[in-house]
Design a protein around this ligand. Structure first.
Ligand code: NAD
Ligand code: WQD
Length: 336
């Protein structure tokens, strides 16, 4: 089976490419390298000793996507292509809506035109919004997002659901990721943020490697055991393997199915910092600062459905996540 990874040169896409190739799938990557590098795909080939067909293209460019899909005839599309920086989305909402929604519409239109009827979509726990108390399960109604990025995910889920109502042959798997961190255990591929990291783990690793002075912990006065926010951190290779399970499930099902991809185990910001320091025997300077606007105190998954229906569950520990994040950062201090 051949899988087209739109946005497949990025952090989650490149790790998923490794997992798919290992499971025997053929992989085609389409990326405009807005937030990634072709080097990631080269390293995927190096790690797996398998070829990846790579196209530099914008997933919102209908003529380009149609050509690629006619040429490659993929059995399934995984749609990773999107802008994902929460703060940037508040400042540039139109760019976020344009890119994220156009890519989704274009991919769906080109799938229809070429007879590809399976799509797996990178959604986010952010669609649960503020209303749903943790642990979030897939039966809960979506909530109010706190930023335009989150709304693009919520809207794209709706678009995909409407498309599946209209076309009974369409199979849609919506994967709601919690907080992916870590890297492939080889240290050859990993997360490569441009500029100042928005997310916790890349900030921690950049402090450890000496690129940033200290981490600011956003808020120490939440109603949680140590006063810092709780999140469901998941190793990116577990997440990648969740995509393989989703592709396999999708091959045999039409309609829409939603799965949380998380561990179900919440950890605090200070758990991350402390575990990172212990496992890697390196210190990370930090200070407790003010809360960050829009942060919810506690977010974690009910991970039961993916286990029951997909037969997938996360296997790697927080220590594995911290070790592999550092292994990637220390071996690639400047990224790719
Ligand atoms: P990433 O930025 O590393 O990967 C996204 C990829 O899409 C990049 O390679 C980028 O160049 C590409 N891209 C963006 N717009 C494109 C376009 N118009 N045409 C072609 N390529 C385009 O991000 P990631 O962390 O790998 O995230 C992958 C997906 O998962 C995104 O949709 C993101 O919103 C979603 N997601 C990520 C997280 C997370 O914490 N990393 C959590 C939940 C959901
Ligand atoms: C984690 C925790 C911060 C940075 C975001 C998106 C979500 C999804 C995953 C895409 C929080 C704290 C962080 C720092 C800190 N992305 N933190 N100092 O906010 O849970 O989720 O990424 O879909 O939609 O919102 O992840 O890594 O930014 O933060 O104290 O410098 O670390 O307050 O508690 P978040 P994060």
């Amino acid at each position: 089976m051949k899988i087209l990874l739109a946005g497949g040169a990025g952090y989650i896409g490149s790790h998923t490419a490794v997992a798919l190739l290992k499971a025997g799938y053929q992989v085609v990557v389409l990326d405009n390298f807005d937030n990634s590098s072709p080097e990631a795909v080269r390293r995927v080939e190096e790690l797996t000793h398998k070829p990846v067909v790579l196209y530099e293209a914008d997933a919102a460019d209908k003529a380009a996507v149609l050509n690629i899909m006619k040429q490659e005839q993929p059995d399934c599309v995984i749609h990773f292509a999107g802008l994902k920086a929460v703060g940037e989305s508040v400042k540039q909402p139109l760019r976020y809506y344009r890119n994220n929604i156009d890519t989704t519409l274009t991919l769906l239109e080109c799938m229809e035109l070429t007879g590809c009827r399976k799509i797996v979509f990178s959604s986010s726990a952010t669609v649960y919004g503020e209303e749903n108390p943790a642990p979030c399960n897939e039966e809960m109604p979506k909530g109010s997002c706190t930023n335009p990025y989150g709304w693009t995910k919520s809207m794209m889920e709706q678009i995909l659901q409407d498309a599946a109502v209209a076309d009974k042959n369409l199979g849609v798997v919506l994967l709601r990721y919690f907080n992916p961190i870590g890297a492939h255990e080889s240290g050859r591929i990993g997360e490569n943020p441009r500029g100042i990291p928005n997310n916790l783990m890349p900030y921690v690793t950049q402090v450890a490697v000496g690129k940033r002075e200290r981490l600011t912990v956003f808020g120490g006065d939440y109603d949680t055991p140590d006063g810092t926010c709780l999140r469901d951190y998941i190793h990116v290779m577990d997440l990648a393997e969740g995509h393989v399970a989703a592709v396999e499930y999708g091959a045999g099902h039409n309609g829409v199915e939603i799965f949380n991809l998380g561990t179900g185990q919440p950890y605090s910001v200070l758990d991350i910092v402390n575990t990172f320091q212990q496992v890697n025997n390196i210190s990370v300077a930090y200070e407790i600062g003010p809360r960050r606007a829009g942060d919810l105190p506690v977010v974690y998954a009910d991970a039961t459905k993916a286990k029951t229906v997909l037969g997938w569950q996360a296997k790697r520990s927080l220590a594995d996540m911290c070790r592999d994040s550092w292994n990637w950062q220390k071996n690639n201090p400047e990224g790719y």
